[in-house]
Design a binder for this molecule. Structure first.
Ligand SMILES: *Cc1c(COP(=O)(O)O)cnc(C)c1O
Length: 341
């Protein structure tokens, strides 16, 4: 029996190498004394993909590139913050599949300096051959992208604009596919995850997973998002909307309600891309006890939230937990000053 068969009818370009690994974080389990409580902690390694350094955006880009092919586009345009992982992976996917790539980046984070402005993802965008353009303060990335698309059209070219973070219902399909992959891995591993933890930035990742759980007839509240960009109400709203629109693409009814979407905004700190002490400690713990690289903007804050929930008993005895490692390690080099001990 195939799960979510309607998913396979939608245009898709392979950017992954197959299912990503699920690994047990035994040294962190020991550190937190989880065995005595019957709690098992696993990581889904969505940071390990051979293309462009990997990360969650590649799953969304599989469907965006499918759409780009279908409409005959020759150029991919996207927007984001200066250190956008999505921009970097759009550039890598474009390089691999023969699209031109233009990136309109803005100062979404109150940070400057040579590490932030020139290292990490910014360096990689350039190596992948994309044209990154830093927008002036107050300029709207989507408006600039649409204007550029119109200008290219006058030259007989065709661009696809992929919005912030690749988060559209089409992009979210990548994480609906991931929900199916997790269900297949549960069968192989002979277990069920009681809690699946992800960062929530532009919400497509959590929305796609929620849509996937609903499409498989399972409880979507298993998916727990830690917001790193918006307050809880806004993040919940956009997640519900994307999840329902994603179900629509699968010809399923829009049944996701606010109660189905768990958002915790306690790790936001002073805002998007601003380091917190809990994030730094979480990144350091994962690196020093597991050799696992998280990132300062997304996975570090989500893992900090999960560590808090494991320590304060919010994660109940006997739970089997899956943390989705969404990638973003190049960001560590942009945050050198925050991360160095
Ligand atoms: C973009 C991103 C996220 C958040 O995913 P959204 O779909 O935007 O919510 C999480 N982790 C990393 C490393 C990212 O780059």
């Amino acid at each position: 029996m195939s799960l979510i068969p309607s998913l396979d009818a939608l245009p898709h370009v392979d950017l992954l190498d197959g299912p990503t690994l699920i690994q047990r974080l035994t040294r962190i389990e020991e550190h937190l004394g989880l065995a005595a409580r019957g709690i098992r902690l696993f990581a889904k390694r969505d940071d390990t993909m051979s293309l462009g350094g990997g990360g969650n955006k590649l799953r969304k880009l599989e469907y965006h590139l499918g759409h780009a092919r279908r409409i005959g586009a020759d150029t991919l345009i996207s927007t984001g913050g200066l250190q956008s992982n999505h921009a970097r992976l759009t550039a890598a996917a474009a390089a691999k599949h023969g699209f031109a790539c233009e990136l309109f980046l803005s100062r979404m984070v109150p940070k400057d300096g040579i590490d932030y402005e020139a290292n990490g993802n910014v360096l990689l965008d350039d190596l992948f051959g994309a044209k990154p353009l830093l927008l002036a303060r107050g300029e709207n990335g989507m408006a600039v992208a649409e204007a550029r698309t119109a200008a290219l059209a006058r030259e007989g070219r065709k661009a696809l604009v992929i919005p912030l973070g690749g988060s559209t219902p089409t992009g979210a399909l990548g994480y609906t596919r991931c929900a199916r992959e997790i269900a297949q891995q549960e069968t192989t591993m002979d277990l069920r995850f009681d809690r699946v933890v992800v960062p929530n930035g532009s919400s497509g990742t959590q929305a796609g997973l929620v849509a996937g759980y609903v499409a498989m007839g399972r409880d979507p509240s298993v998916v727990r998002g830690y917001s790193v960009l918006a307050d809880a109400a806004k993040a919940r709203q956009s997640t519900v909307t994307f999840a329902n629109e994603t179900l629509g693409l699968l010809s399923l009814p829009p049944t996701v309600a606010g109660d189905d979407v768990h958002i915790d905004a306690t790790q936001l700190g002073d805002g998007y891309g601003v380091a917190t002490d809990a994030m730094k400690a979480a990144v350091r713990l994962a690196a020093s006890r597991e050799g696992l690289l998280l990132d300062p903007v997304y996975s570090g804050k989500a893992f900090a939230g999960l560590l808090g929930a494991l320590r304060d008993g919010s994660v109940r005895d006997g739970e089997t937990v899956l943390f989705v490692v969404t990638g973003g390690a190049p960001g560590l080099f942009a945050y050198r000053e925050d991360m160095a001990s």
